[in-house]
Design a protein around this ligand. Structure first.
Ligand code: E4P
Length: 213
């Protein structure tokens, strides 16, 4: 399973990139709004740092608008993936954009039929939102596993991005359940690195070293 970072914050993206673990970035309108910067300028900054997939979401709700926004976003850099919401209009846009060889990430997926439809429309990526399903008392991880099973059974090559990740256990379970990618907030990335026994171990090694030197 690969790691994407789920943020529009350029410092977080640079830090994650320096760790050598980053295979892409996902943004969404809420994450961009938090930054208070121009969307296109920020995408230029991000694509200067990261050469792999950078998802940028369309705002239009009709297929025509999504296609035209998608083309504009894709023109910013060759590694932009156009993020499209899972609607009837969204599916039309995914088909049109993928016919133009523009990569798409279908977002806001909450059941396996939505994932199958997105894949058949030509989505490069499908994004089931685990955390938001967990929030309403449903099991987000079962969805990842079901999508993975269906895609394998039917030889579907759209990649599954486990999205709306809230904590480290989501990451392990997403990997075990067949997600190709987990897109994680920076805070969760920091949590993945940490273990109290690692910190204690470093402290003890240094204390012992200092006794002898
Ligand atoms: C990623 O593509 C999604 O936009 C993101 O993971 C949503 O996460 P949230 O449910 O924490 O907003």
């Amino acid at each position: 399973m690969k790691f994407f970072i789920d943020t529009a914050n350029i410092e977080e993206i640079k830090t994650a990139n320096e760790l050598g673990i980053l295979s892409g970035v996902t943004t969404n309108p809420s994450l961009v709004a938090k930054e208070g910067v121009s969307f296109h300028d920020r995408l230029r900054e991000i694509t200067d740092v990261v050469s792999e997939s950078v998802s940028a979401e369309v705002i239009a709700e009709d297929a025509e608008g999504m296609i035209s926004e998608g083309k504009e976003l894709a023109a910013i850099a060759p590694n932009i993936t156009v993020k499209v919401p899972m609607t009837l209009e969204g599916l039309k846009a995914v088909k049109a954009l993928s016919d133009l060889n523009i990569k798409t990430n279908v977002t806001l997926i909450f059941n396996a039929n939505q994932a199958l439809l997105a894949a058949r429309a030509g989505a490069s990526y499908v994004s089931p939102f685990l955390g938001r399903l967990d929030d309403i008392g449903q099991d987000g991880m079962t969805l990842v596993s079901t999508i993975s099973e269906i895609f394998e059974k039917h030889d579907i090559h759209s990649e599954i991005i486990a999205a709306s990740i809230r904590h480290p256990l989501h990451v392990i379970d997403a990997a075990l359940n067949g997600a190709h990618i987990a897109t994680i907030p920076f805070k969760v990335l920091e949590q993945l690195v940490k273990h109290p026994l690692t910190d204690q171990g470093i402290e003890k090694f240094l204390a012992d070293w200092n006794k002898q030197n």
